[in-house]
Ligand binder design. Structure first.
Ligand SMILES: Nc1ncnc2c1ncn2[C@@H]1O[C@H](COP(=O)(O)OP(=O)(O)OP(=O)(O)O)[C@@H](O)[C@H]1O
Length: 254
């Protein structure tokens, strides 16, 4: 029994095991394996078209893998018997485009899944949402509609919404890419605060200096393969792999 417990406690929150994904004959992810451990922030980097979004979609069950497994704790979420709603509640997802419903207030957007999918008590959900909004200084926007908010505020509301189900981890897919550069900072500050509070995060990003500062580990994807998996220092500063150097020099020269 003790053995069993120690095995469970060292289990990663997310494990990709030889994940392979093709669109038709176009192989996008070729036996991709890596872990995200508890309280770890992992930045998924790679050139445009390298498969970052596809990988994120496979983890969020928006796409099916062709081969390999994705484990969320001890659940194989690629198993067709896995319950999609249960899994989605355990992973908080934020995408590049703010996906708030325009016809609903900020508060209604935030409590929607909690009340209608998880069937939580409405008042409890409202209290929780208001607490989260207070923490990011946006309680006064609860009754506003999304189009009255800046892009940065909308994205922070989307993060709050993702936190409502107390997910095991957050999946952040290019969450600052559609933002005016002036508004990127406030969203990244919120991600940094979540890291400091111990959140487990997998984020695809083009913000290299943020990845260097915030990530515990960098996973670099190229041509459907992981070519690096190490600390920001190892991967971004010290790697001698020419493909890695070429990728980061492109960003340094921007
Ligand atoms: N639904 C789809 N059907 C067919 N091909 C697709 C589909 N979605 C993505 N692709 C292809 O898969 C490859 C990887 O795309 P993906 O969006 O995952 O890359 P990415 O690394 O996220 O790129 P970016 O940094 O530009 O967002 C691309 O060649 C893309 O054209």
């Amino acid at each position: 029994m003790e053995m069993e417990n120690s095995r469970l406690s060292s289990q990663p929150v997310l494990r990709l095991d030889n994940v392979t994904k093709a669109y038709g004959t176009n192989l996008i992810l070729d036996h991709v394996s890596f872990d995200v451990n508890e309280h770890e922030v992992v930045a998924l980097l790679g050139p445009s078209g390298s498969g970052k979004s596809t990988l994120m979609k496979c983890v969020n069950l928006l796409e099916h893998v062709n081969d390999g497994q994705i484990w969320l704790g001890d659940t194989d979420i690629t198993d067709p018997r896995a319950r999609e709603n249960d899994i989605r509640a355990r992973i908080g997802v934020v995408f590049q485009q703010f996906n708030l419903f325009p016809h609903m207030t900020v508060l209604d957007n935030i409590i929607l899944a909690s009340v209608h999918v998880l069937k939580k008590d409405k008042q409890e959900s409202i209290d929780k949402a208001m607490n989260l909004l207070k923490r990011i200084g946006m309680a006064d926007k609860a009754k506003s509609y999304p189009d009255r908010l800046s892009g940065g505020q909308q994205q922070r509301v989307a993060i709050v919404r993702a936190l409502m189900t107390d997910p095991k981890m957050l999946l952040l897919d290019e969450i600052t890419s559609a933002l005016d550069p002036m508004l990127v900072g406030e969203v990244l500050t919120m991600v940094m605060e979540l890291k400091e509070q111990g959140a487990t995060i997998l984020m695809a990003t083009h913000e290299m200096s943020f990845a260097h500062k915030a990530a515990d580990r960098i996973v670099l994807l190229r041509g459907g393969h992981i070519i690096e998996n190490g600390s920001p220092q190892e991967v971004m500063d010290e790697s001698t792999n020419p493909e890695t150097q070429e990728f980061f020099s492109y960003f340094r020269n921007l």
